[in-house]
Design a protein around this ligand. Structure first.
Ligand code: AMP
Length: 417
């Protein structure tokens, strides 16, 4: 199938071509016609599938067909993070370059006045994080009464980050009559509830990952005692001569602490997470890209939307609670044929999480013990097959799609009769 068959305008096709997209991805093939036809959409898709263009292209087409003459936004895209908002804004800019629609990206952590100026000059498509959007709404510097299309991008992340109340407050400011598009990488009970309340007879779309990192990235699992992880990490970085390493921790506090310890080990390291100011995040990321920061320690949420991939080394200092996050994390390395390796330091407490990841990947990941870092007797990895059920600590990963799908479950799939 080509982009020409999807009902897009010549201006959009030119933009798509200029970006070098030759073929629509599966989610684009399914979502673009559905959105153009005016349907609500519930899409199970994660970063790397081309999901952004899947909602941006048809939304641009619909808005450009019916110029309103009003200055208030007609499409609203809500995202969990500033980085993702900025990335969506870039896609809108690139894909809409031959149209005269205006867009603005607004998020917290930066001055509000330039945003107010931009909104005042008139905006067709507004991309925002929920908190700052509500600030504008409270100050009456944004008028949401003209919104025709609402997109919730990475809705699962927004719920994880506690934005449900903010989202509800935003919804209350929108006209009742509108099109709703909900994108989520995973399908929890909370997402189901949100979708039930928000969407009218939605078209349900599920796609496989375009990024097959889980199959192609070289993955190493090192069993190690929890107390020796930092030492092992320093050893791997030093002995391997790794110059650019992205390390994932589970908590913000853990990220800070690890970055400080690595610094003391003589490795320039910076932490990046939601509690850091925008300035600090940008500085850390720039340093990492330029090479002055050798190790970037990040939480999953902070790493979302970061414009860094094709990294030579990604390390799971701690395994994520949600198995799908493992796939997101390792997808940062070895993309597009580049060499890369994903390393996971797994303590005995994390064996249940590892089992969940192996179930998702539908294969066992070989464990390698490094001499000098053998786990203590009691912590040794079990040789028995992975348990069928994941530990209760991973509440979110239960009751979702079939193992291996990482996408909306059968309950969602069958709802549109
Ligand atoms: P996303 O899933 O929206 O984060 O997109 C992932 C990446 O795929 C982005 O870098 C897009 O520019 C790129 N992309 C989106 N659609 C296509 C396409 N049809 N062909 C090639 N690359 C694409």
């Amino acid at each position: 199938m080509s982009f020409h068959e999807l009902g897009l305008s010549a201006e959009l096709l030119r933009a798509v071509e200029a970006l070098g997209y030759t073929q629509p991805t599966p989610i684009q093939q399914q979502a673009i016609p559905a959105v153009l036809a005016g349907h609500d959409v519930l899409a199970g898709a994660q970063t790397g599938t081309g999901k952004t263009a899947a909602f941006v292209l048809p939304t641009l087409k619909r808005l450009s067909e019916r110029p309103s003459g009003k200055r208030a936004p007609r499409a609203l895209v809500l995202t969990p993070t500033r980085e993702l908002a900025a990335q969506v804004g870039e896609d809108v800019q690139n894909l809409g370059r031959h149209l005269s629609l205006k867009h603005a990206v607004i998020f917290g952590g930066v001055g509000i006045n330039p945003q107010i100026d931009k909104l005042r000059r008139g905006v067709d498509i507004l991309i925002a994080t929920p908190g700052r959007l509500l600030d504008h709404a409270g100050q009456k510097t944004v008028d949401l009464s003209q919104v025709e299309v609402l997109v919730l991008d990475e809705a699962d992340r927004m719920l994880d980050m506690g934005f449900i109340h903010d989202i509800k407050r935003v919804l209350a400011l929108l006209p009742k009559q509108r099109q709703n598009l909900l994108f989520s990488a995973t399908y929890s009970d909370d997402i189901r509830k949100l979708a039930d309340n928000l969407l009218r007879d939605p078209v349900l779309i599920e796609v496989a990952r375009r990024n097959t990192a889980a199959e192609t990235v070289e993955q190493h699992i090192y069993p190690v005692d929890k107390s020796r992880k930092r030492e092992l990490l320093s050893h791997l970085i030093h002995s391997g001569g790794w110059e650019q390493v992205l390390v994932f921790t589970r908590t913000k506090h853990g990220a800070n602490r690890l970055a400080e310890q690595l610094d003391r080990d003589g490795l320039t390291a910076a932490a990046i997470h939601g509690n850091k100011s925008q300035g600090a995040r940008t500085k850390a990321l720039d340093g990492f890209k330029k090479g002055s920061v050798r190790v970037l320690v990040a939480t999953d949420i902070a790493a979302r939307g970061l414009d860094i991939d094709r990294l030579p080394h990604v390390v799971n200092y701690e395994l994520p609670n949600v198995a799908e996050d493992y796939v997101h994390r390792i997808g940062r390395t070895g993309r597009a044929g580049a060499q890369g390796a994903a390393v996971s330091l797994v303590s005995a407490e994390e064996n249940g999480l590892l089992a969940g990841i192996q179930r998702l990947l539908k294969r066992e990941l070989p464990r390698e013990t490094l001499p000098g870092f053998e786990p203590s007797e009691t912590a040794a990895a079990p040789t028995t097959p992975a348990p069928r059920r994941q530990k209760p600590s991973s509440r979110r990963s239960r009751g979702r799609g079939a193992p291996g799908s990482g996408r909306p479950g059968a309950g969602a799939r069958n709802r549109r009769a």
